[in-house]
Design a protein around this ligand. Structure first.
Ligand code: FAS
Ligand code: PHB
Length: 390
């Protein structure tokens, strides 16, 4: 078999890249190791930057997003018993974010791909990348006990942190940067109305908490837990009690509790791999970088990489120029590192660190107090949160 581009991974980055390329007549095959149902069963991101929405519009996959997504003009920071709203739209000259679950983005992109008759091979095992250091790369994989080979022009590694693509890069050519955090996020989904009409990020001496949502009837909440915490230790009652302890009184009183239908613990880490290109292999999204979800950047950074790589591939196929592909890694990484910094800063400002002590708690509260009363500091947070220019 032959195609223009083999995309490894059917997450948001692989699907979005495939949809955009399909729109300009560039053929792709997506190889996904899990089943379609497993991919759709994941609960992850919830906040889309305007640039991500625009890319989904360009891919023709934004109809449901505009019908069901929730435009948000602000967020609130809770600390010292008070609640402080940041008017993102006023601070950024009119920008906003859209609350729309990653699961829905993935579903919409899968539907578009299937409607276009584009090929995705689910439950593809033993995916292996070959020849990407030269001009004739190819990918092999097994499906239902049969081995297959796909020859292609390029390989897009959209297979996440645990994927095969980054691990296929020549070790001497790859540099990685990492910081792990001594805590994780315990998240629940419940069919209950949200406690606030916008997101609430809470700093509390017991630990961080986040009030988010998926719709006016479905809430997404998180509390910080130790990195080695066991999910079995958390009944719904314990979760709701701990969440309300970490929120200001008026917000806690507005929390509507109910049975969770999803409960999971996500570890937090900052990770970047450089460069993002190895000959005819390109790394995209979580395959190349991971951010703590505090800044709501993970999914949006995946879309950012897709925007740069799509523009470069369009230049190659339509203008026969390699310039965009040569510039992809540096361009994408420049924006990645700014989002990695912002996510690290939000995480260090809002979470309880084991060794931070009373002094550290006071410093965090002082930084938050300065932030919500300084136009300059609030603007800096707002312009990063809604998404920096590309
Ligand atoms: P993904 O990991 O989504 O997709 C990679 C795909 O490749 C997967 O379908 C995988 O099955 C497949 N794959 C892996 N190895 C393969 C192989 N060898 N062969 C073939 N296929 C292979 N971001 C936020 O902004 N906010 C959040 O709250 C948030 N919460 C998160 C919670 C968790 C538990 C995790 C893991 C991530 C979270 N993220 C969050 C980040 C997340 O949204 C990612 O940024 C986003 O999924 C990135 O998309 P992709 O790059 O497509 O990678
Ligand atoms: C979510 O709704 O899952 C969410 C929102 C904002 C974040 C992280 C997660 O910063």
């Amino acid at each position: 078999m032959r195609t223009n581009i083999v995309i490894v991974g059917s997450g948001p980055s692989g699907l979005l890249l495939g949809q955009l390329l399909g729109g300009i007549g560039v053929e792709t095959v997506i190889l996904e190791r899990s089943s379609r149902e497993h991919v759709l069963g994941r609960v992850r991101a919830g906040v889309l930057e305007q640039g991500t929405v625009e890319l989904l519009e360009e891919a023709g996959a934004a109809a449901r997003l505009h019908a069901e997504g929730l435009p948000h003009a602000g967020i609130s920071l809770a600390f010292g018993g008070g609640l402080h709203r940041l008017d993102l739209t006023a601070l950024t000259g009119g920008k906003h974010v859209t609350v729309y679950g990653q699961t829905e983005v993935t579903h919409d992109l899968m539907d578009k791909r299937e409607a276009a008759g584009l090929t995705t091979v689910y439950e593809a095992s033993n995916v292996a990348l070959h020849g990407f250091g030269g001009e004739t790369p190819y990918v092999t994989y097994d499906k239902d006990g049969v081995s297959h080979r796909i020859d292609c022009d390029f390989i897009a590694g959209c297979d996440g942190y645990h994927g095969v693509s980054r691990k296929s890069a020549p070790e001497r050519a790859l540099k990685t940067f990492e910081r792990t955090y001594p805590f994780g996020w315990l998240g629940v989904l419940a069919e209950v109305p949200p406690a606030d009409h916008e997101l609430v990020y809470a700093n509390h001496e017991r630990g961080f908490a986040l009030c988010s949502m998926r719709s006016a009837h479905r809430s997404r909440y998180y509390v910080q837990v130790p990195a080695d915490e066991r999910l079995e230790a958390w009944s719904d009652d314990r979760f709701w009690d701990e969440l309300r302890r970490r929120l200001p009184e008026q917000t806690a009183a507005a929390v509507v509790t109910g049975p969770s239908f999803e409960k999971s613990i996500a570890p937090l880490r900052s990770f970047v791999a450089e460069p993002l290109r190895f000959g005819r292999l390109f790394l995209v999204g979580d395959a190349a970088h991971i951010v703590p979800p505090t800044g709501a950047k993970g999914l949006n950074l995946a879309a950012s990489d897709v925007r740069y790589l799509f523009a470069a591939l369009r230049e190659f196929y339509l203008d026969k120029s390699l310039g965009g592909l040569d510039a992809y890694s540096a361009k994408a990484l420049a924006r990645v590192w700014k989002a990695v910094r912002f996510s690290w800063w939000m995480t260090t400002m809002l979470h309880r660190f084991p060794d931070t002590g009373e002094f550290g708690q006071r410093i965090q509260e002082a930084e938050l107090d300065y932030l919500v009363h300084s136009q300059a500091a609030s603007t800096a947070l707002a312009e990063n949160y809604v998404g920096l220019p590309y």
